[in-house]
Design a protein around this ligand. Structure first.
Ligand code: 9Z3
Length: 320
């Protein structure tokens, strides 16, 4: 079924979506998207409409049973996606944050792992208050988060499985199509490469008494080319490439750039991903590093500044 150029065929994509379990509350998600995009694409006086970016974040799971007890997962914490979301909002973007349930959330970086239990204390036995040591961090998190939500600049949509992720990405992309070049995709989620098709999956919990488990995983169809070609062809598309072997990283990123016709691929290595990344474009490889002279600085700050600039050039080109 593979096409001659190594890209996924329409038949493979159709078969993936046809055989996926139906997405819960898909009508509700469609409505939220419609409202969010309508609000943010309205002209703002003389200024051009707000740009909208879909940031994907965290890892997808691969269920092994339909009534899922076990699943395959990956390492992604959602730090990249949530941090980038904050910088995009700061830069004036509206963000559709498609994130894995339970992973890092925008504006929560300065809070401890278990904020509810660590940040609060009882005052007189029944009232709860923020502990002094966390009061600034909690105020900032609540304030920035509420401001983004109240202004209609942040829409958070959670996923867990690879099925939910790809179905939602398709819905988001199609609903962003009319934004033309003002739309951006920043695909930082760690998407499973292999999965068990729904129809081949055991319905009930796999029994350990049946002996060693022999299971066939098939390749997840890469949706990047269909996103570029059909779902939102005018959008500015950035994907990520993760490797653990730096020797092959840039070459693989370059291949992905060409194969899926991405505008940029951000190459990162597992252990150094919070320190530096390389932005790979058709004619350049631009290293981007965290400013080490500033305590608590993020690599996402200079990265998003660069991407915003490149997105502006993309919009200008499209307007010619
Ligand atoms: C990334 O490379 C992200 O930067 C990380 C961020 C997942 C490394 P964290 O969530 O980590 O902050 O802990 N994302 C994309 C990884 C990926 O699955 N890329 C695919 C590939 O490499 C392309 S779609 O084949």
């Amino acid at each position: 079924m593979e096409s001659t150029n190594g890209l996924v065929t329409d038949a493979e994509i159709k078969s993936f979506f046809d055989s996926a379990p139906p997405l819960r509350d898909s009508a509700g998600i469609t409505n939220k998207l419609k409202e969010f995009i309508q609000l943010n694409s309205a002209p703002q006086g003389n200024a051009s409409p707000r740009r909208v970016v879909c940031v994907t974040s965290g890892g997808t799971t691969v269920p092994l049973e339909q009534r899922c007890v076990r699943y395959i997962d990956n390492f992604s914490s959602g730090h990249r996606g949530s941090t980038s979301t904050e910088y995009f909002i700061k830069a004036g973007y509206a963000v559709i944050f498609l994130y894995r349930r339970g992973t890092c959330q925008p504006y929560c970086r300065s809070l401890p792992e278990d904020p509810l239990l660590e940040c609060f204390e009882f005052t007189n036995g029944s009232n709860v208050q923020v502990r002094q040591s966390y009061s600034e961090a909690v105020k900032r998190a609540i304030n920035d988060h509420h401001a983004a939500i109240a202004a209609g600049h942040l829409l958070k949509l959670p996923f867990t499985t690879i099925f939910e992720y790809l179905q939602m990405l398709q819905m988001i992309a199609i609903s962003m199509r009319d934004l033309g070049p003002h739309a951006m995709f920043y695909l930082a989620a760690a998407v499973s490469d292999f999965y068990v098709p729904w129809k081949d999956m055991a319905e009930h919990k796999i029994q350990s008494a049946s002996g060693p488990l022999d299971m066939r995983l098939v390749q997840v169809p890469k949706m990047l080319s269909v996103l570029r070609k059909e779902w939102a062809p005018m959008a500015f598309c950035i994907s990520f490439k993760l490797e653990t072997d730096t020797k092959i990283l840039l070459e693989k990123a370059d291949m992905a750039l060409k194969k899926y016709k991405m505008h940029m691929v951000i190459a990162n290595e597992l252990l150094t991903r919070k320190e530096e990344v390389t932005v790979v474009t058709a004619d350049k490889k631009i290293p981007v590093r965290r400013d080490k002279t500033q305590a608590g600085s993020d690599v996402e700050k200079p990265l998003i500044e660069l991407l915003v600039e490149k997105h502006s050039a993309h919009i200008k080109d499209a307007d010619k």
